[in-house]
Design a protein around this ligand. Structure first.
Ligand code: PMP
Length: 885
């Protein structure tokens, strides 16, 4: 269908003094046309705009009458710039200066017949203010020096019975044109009369929009309305309901005005609760921009994806219009949502201008969002970059709590990036690359812009009050009450890295919270030195903190006795045990099929010394075959090496029972706690093993950190050298008594100190609480996976015997392909054999699995998004490569 062209003019009945949608007025007269300006989106001046215009007119020209019907045509400028249309004339310009935060009104000569009879000030008699004697010919278009100074701005001028407009600047006056004026009077209709004269056209608009909706309602199995709380979607909601559409949804970004939420509730529209956390994401991504709308993806598209995963393919009626912006001007009746294949968008009012939308709403007496009357014109998030600075300035007055928070962030960000004051003060944060108008403003004001049109950094900034959001975990003295349900939301502020991704690869390595990073940086900046050597102040601080980190870690794992040694990782810890014990041919080691290569290969290496290894299998529910275990321990066993939790299946092994068996049979017990310590309370005082190994980097500590705890210092130190001895004589060595003997050479000092902070951090949240949170998410995840076609899950059914490590496969897709596709959607998971090839062979999964692994900072929304995305990926392949037809 050929779409009608964008309307570039306004029809006006001069007889009734009324704007018209169509060319003819109900009075029978033919309308005149008034040319408009791009993007031609005409709208009524609502009460706040009207008050503004009246106030400016009164202060400039005295008490002049203003008609009830005023129209505004927004156009380009530094900020708000509107053509004012009154009495069928292009009356003047209404502009906002983002630098001074003031409005100005500049009238056109067409306004003079209407103004001149009433003005009491702001009129300059040129015959007295400039020297006209020397002037021959026309005055219009010329610039004259003023005899006496007049404040800069636009003025009305008169000379010899003629009138015109002029601009005063720095002691000069530039006259536009002087013309004879015939004072005019006009009828003063109100909006009711405008509606009455346009009812015929409004009916047509309504009929055609309803027809459009009806013609597409069945294009997909379901139909709904996307509601934003603004006027356009209010009109569309009403039209869609007329057409028989029942469902409507609104996505709450978490940055909504309370008035909008209340309004939406009153409309009986379903509210999709907040998806992503803007305040967390912005710490990494920085302010969103008109040319960098990352926020839409996080706050709108992600929740929409979750919603649509439930709804399935649908037709969504939306209120987008051609006139809203240049890039909407080509919008078709139907359009596929480029971000979501499930959604077909219908735009039934795309050809309406804002004026028609308001007239329609007023005609049908449909309530509109009360924010419009407060002077807020663009309903959306209160810090939307698409907003003008003038609108934001209104919000500063109407909703100061919101703007204070955002302004504080902008100041902090500007400081960090060394942005000039203009960045926050003039609203230049709204663009990554400044558009021509803003570059012009910067040039005029002496603000430097880079060649790529980004704002140039500066060292000269006014220091401003700044506040940084921190989670309660970071506030030293803060008590975290057990009922603080949203603690897992607030801690996300401590992980800026999570801002733009969904990180579900925590079993490989988890993210460090800011305090860990800060502690490491503090070491480097403030007291970097060696430990356990010398007496100077730096080494004393470093030694104390490094030692204290060991104490904190020991306490964290409930090790009231024994030695806690810092290692590089779990792998090193296990190797230290394998190499630190003495082995004889015929010694037996019992281990399990669940083990990570790190808890298998060190033992396998001992077979060259005649050591035998026995591997215990698992049952169909993925639990360890304890009968086989018991049986294996009937013969003498030197060491049992078992994982506390499988890094593939998430299954928790019965370590207490195994420990009891080992004690009974006199076997040493090594537990690989790499997947347990970060996710559940571990108390070594209760387990009674001989060695317990885990990684620091999987619990938010630095990479290159791990722990070997041992009940007794029975191992021969693997690394010999500096820092691990008490005394060395010609023929004897006395090793240091504590952990030092196992940490020969200079250790990873910053890492060790960071690890101490990481366990402090987890302890403050509470391992019980983390375990419960992750358990809930895991159950939710598994239930969600069960609903996706062609997905096979490898996880124990009983929530009590598993943690948040969930493996799955998708029939017909390689695990790496699934992970890669998820990565395209910013979801990071692990794929492959997870360093557990014997287990993979046992499960007959030579390509491995996709593994989702959860940490304390993951949220239910992230799981929803993961599930929705996986669903999309899976149905995508069924389309391309149908497995079941
Ligand atoms: N054991 C288990 C159960 C693991 O999950 C891992 C890491 N995936 C390791 C050992 C090895 O840890 P690291 O790489 O830190 O040595």
């Amino acid at each position: 269908m050929h779409e009608p062209a964008v309307k570039k003019t306004l029809y006006w009945c001069e007889h009734c003094n009324i704007p018209l949608i169509g060319r003819t007025c109900s009075c029978g007269n033919e309308a005149k046309t008034i040319p408009l300006l791009q993007p031609y989106d005409l709208r009524p001046a609502l009460s706040a705009d009207r008050d503004h215009i009246i106030q400016l007119l009164t202060s400039q020209y005295g008490d002049v009458p203003v008609p009830k019907v005023i129209l505004l045509n927004k156009t380009g400028g530094y900020d708000r710039a509107e053509l004012i249309i009154m009495n069928g004339q292009r009356f003047g310009w209404f502009t906002f200066d983002p630098v001074t935060k003031t409005y100005s009104l500049d009238i056109t000569p067409e306004a003079l017949p209407f103004l001149v009879p009433h003005i009491t000030k702001g009129i300059i008699d040129l015959t007295t203010h400039i020297d006209l004697k020397a002037e021959k010919g026309r005055i219009g278009g010329k610039r004259f020096p003023l005899k006496e100074p007049i404040p800069d701005g636009s003025v009305i001028v008169t000379a010899n019975g003629k009138f015109g407009t002029a601009i005063v600047k720095e002691g000069f006056i530039k006259v536009r044109e002087l013309l004879p004026i015939t004072p005019s009077t006009y009828p003063d209709p109100d909006w009711e009369e405008v509606i009455a004269h346009n009812t015929y056209h409004l009916k047509n608009l309504e009929r055609s929009a309803v027809r459009t909706i009806k013609s597409h309602m069945k294009d997909r199995p379901t139909v709904n309305v996307s509601f934003s709380g603004g006027k356009d979607s209010t009109a569309v909601l009403h039209l869609a309901r007329k057409a028989g559409v029942e469902k409507a949804f609104f996505i709450d970004t978490g940055l909504e005005f309370p008035e909008t939420i209340r309004f939406i509730e009153e409309q009986g529209v379903e509210i999709i609760r907040k998806g992503g956390d803007f305040w967390q994401a912005v710490e990494k991504a920085g302010p969103p921009g008109k040319d960098n709308r990352w926020c839409c993806k996080l706050l709108k598209l992600h929740p929409l994806k979750i919603y649509l995963a439930d709804t399935g393919p649908c037709v969504t009626i939306q209120g987008n219009r051609w006139y809203e912006s240049w890039n909407r001007a080509g919008l078709d009746e139907t359009s596929q949502n480029p971000a979501n294949p499930l959604q077909l968008n219908i735009s039934p009012i795309r050809s309406w201008r804002a004026c028609e939308v308001f007239l329609y709403l007023w005609w049908r007496k449909i309530p509109i969002n009360p924010l419009y009357d407060q002077g807020i014109e663009r309903i959306g998030c209160y810090l939307c970059p698409a907003m003008l600075e003038s609108e934001y300035d209104v919000i500063r007055k109407t909703h100061p709590d919101f703007t204070q928070r955002w302004d504080a962030f902008l100041q902090r960000w500007a400081e960090k990036k060394q942005m000039p004051d203009a960045y926050a003060d003039w609203g230049l944060w709204r663009w990554r690359a400044l558009p021509p108008k803003m570059r012009e403003l910067c040039r005029n004001m002496g603000v430097l812009v880079n060649d790529d049109f980004t704002l140039a950094p500066t060292k000269e900034r006014k220091k401003k009050q700044q506040t940084q959001p921190v989670s309660p975990i970071r506030q030293e003295k803060a008590e975290i009450s057990p009922d603080q349900a949203d603690i897992f939301q607030t801690i996300r502020h401590d992980y800026p890295i999570l801002g733009d991704v969904i990180y579900l690869d925590n079993a490989a390595t988890s993210c460090s919270p800011e305090p860990v990073i800060e502690a490491m940086v503090e070491y480097e900046h403030r007291y970097r030195s060696n430990v356990g050597r010398g007496v100077h102040r730096f080494t004393r601080i470093a030694t104390q903190r490094y030692w204290h980190a060991h104490e904190k870690v020991a306490e964290f794992i409930g090790a009231h006795h024994g030695i806690t040694v810092f290692t590089k990782n779990t792998t090193e810890a296990i190797n230290m045990v394998a190499h630190g014990l003495s082995w004889n041919p015929g010694d037996r080691i019992v281990t399990t099929i669940l083990e990570h290569h790190s808890n298998l290969l060190p033992w396998r290496a001992l077979t060259s010394q005649g050591v035998h290894i026995e591997i215990i299998g698992i049952l169909p529910d993925y639990s360890l075959d304890m009968n086989a275990f018991r049986k294996a321990l009937e013969k003498p066993v030197k060491l049992v090496a078992v994982t506390h939790v499988s890094n593939v299946l998430g299954v928790i092994t019965p370590v207490h029972e195994i420990a009891a068996l080992c004690r009974e049979k006199g076997a040493l017990l090594l537990i690989d706690g790499a997947q347990a310590v970060p996710h559940m309370p571990v108390c070594l005082a209760d387990i009674e093993c001989d060695f317990y190994c885990f990684s620091g980097h999987k619990l938010g500590g630095p990479t290159g950190t791990g722990v070997l705890w041992m009940k007794e210092p029975v191992l021969i130190p693997l690394i010999k050298g500096g820092g691990m001895v008490e005394s060395v004589t010609g023929d004897s060595i006395t090793y240091a008594p504590g952990y030092e003997q196992y940490e020969g050479g200079t250790p990873n000092i910053a890492g060790g100190i960071g690890l101490g902070v990481a366990v402090d951090y987890l302890r403050k949240i509470g391992m019980d609480r983390i375990y419960e949170h992750e358990k809930e998410l895991t159950t939710y995840l598994i239930e969600g996976l069960q609903n996706i076609d062609r997905v096979r899950i490898y996880a124990p059914g009983d929530p009590e015997t598993r943690i948040g490590v969930v493996s799955f496969t998708v029939d017909g897709m390689h695990p790496h392909e699934v992970a890669e596709r998820l990565d395209e959607h910013d979801i990071l998971v692990r794929s492959g054999t997870h360093c557990c090839q014997p287990l993979m062979h046992a499960l007959n999964l030579p390509d491995g699995t996709v593994r989702v692994s959860i940490a304390q900072y993951n949220t239910k929304t992230e799981i929803d998004l993961f599930l929705a995305t996986l669903q999309e990926i899976v149905s995508g392949i069924s389309h391309r490569n149908p497995i079941r037809s």
